[in-house]
Design a protein around this ligand. Sequence first.
Ligand code: FES
Length: 553
Amino acid sequence: MNVRRTRLVSGLILLTYLATHLLNHGLGLISLDAMEWGRQWFLLLWRNPLGTAVLYGALLTHLCLAIWALYQRRHWRMPVTEMLQLTFGLTIPLLLTVHIVGTRLTHEYFAVDDSYTLMVLTLWHASPMDGLRQAILIIIAWTHGCIGCHYWLRLKKWYPRAAPYFLTLALLIPVCGLLGFVDAGREVSNLIARQPDWLERFLIAAKIPPRSQRAILTQIYDGVLITFGAAIALALLARVVRSLVERRSRIRISYPNGLLVQAPRNFSVLEASRLANIPHASVCGGRGRCSTCRVRVSHGLASLPPPSAGELKVLQRVGAAPDVRLACQLRPSHNLTVAPLLPANAQASDGYGQPAYLTGQERQIAVMFADIRSFTAIAETKLPYDLVFFLNSYFAAVGEAIVANGGIIDKFVGDGVMALFGVESGPEEGCRQALAAAQAMIAHVDGLSRALSEELSAPLRIGIGVHCGPAVVGRMGYGETIHVTAIGDTVNVASRLQDATKEFHCQLVFSDEVAMQSGQPIAGLPRHELTVRNRREALAVFAVEDLGVLART
Ligand code: FES
């Protein structure tokens, strides 16, 4: 089990413990007796030998990993949530030790029943400041756990839908717990007020040892804090020593636009970016989980150690090319040239498993172009508002037909549309889908034409061109406009076939290749030889006016 997974599992155990503890507190909203009843189940779960080993093992492991993470961190530039997470994590032991000593250790050493009544009496009635400190501990520990869970879960595809429910629970559980404790505090105060001898009787029954006998607990408390402080001091000292050693040998990491970072050898590329204030996506905070920090290494790849099993798994998940690495895991010892592949504001969804073609692949696909005949004449007669309404109605009509038949809408330009078919399913299925989509588009546009007949001087007609062949497919664009598109000769030819619908006075022109891939019977269809720019030989195409003659293949 690697460090990342160990941290996650130990953190989840601790969060589960805290959740059950808070739910137990929440029973105070019913009564003190209900709290005590819930505590029996709580103890059954966590105070048996196995529960104790799991709980304290997780606590110790999580603590050691926190100190290790402190050592591992190369500098303090980090997003606010990461800083919060780190600060909260290191604060918890300071507040938690006194609670463990006052409850579990007091019970183990002196057989004191650390009941809710005793705890409420101590923290609410006798020492409210300690109570306040415990409330702060609960809030800090719960927030720390929730942030950790959020970092982990937000890489899951289902998380955005479930997040509101998690947030509700994240707020409800501590609020109920704290209110339950307050209610129990009031109940104890009422008992003391109504029964003057109740407090004395309770303390005698509780058999709390005098302060002098409890010196051992004070020593344990001091010992834990000193050990924790010494461990942190050692980690920080080791960082300083390492930093002095590493700074003696630096490497150069080149970024796009001529940016150059001189970073100590073995800094991760993400740390180098942060050191130089270069915006760099890192949704998981450098834990090697999200893949959003991935970079393409254009120089120095051969000198890099191969990716670890964990890094490789994440890279495979997103279908990364062999020259792509995770910036947070990559610690170069030689000069390197890298280019971040995602914008700095990348989202968790950018790290979901993606088809390999999204990063750029040559594929055999069917490409379709379509536009409205005589659109200029139509546009001239319409007011801007009417024109926008008309075009949106038309885009909806053809867009639905394309998507319903498995196509990907590449773009709408003016009155034209470009669509891709068979990107995942291959050219045969793609060509069949494209011809079926063409039939559906004609039918939808006829329907739109009838619906708008009073506003149109003539029925709407469109021209569609479909060609099949190799094209480079990938996500391209900038910022909000990044989308799946294709480039190459096949795209140019498909566009040319759409133009040819005007020459042949028909609604659809598709190439010989499309007919062959789709298995479309061509007997009886008008065949033409079409010259296409940059092609030595003429292209055999079929011109179809009535798409009803096409067979469903
Ligand atoms: S920052 Fe998430 S994998 Fe690198």
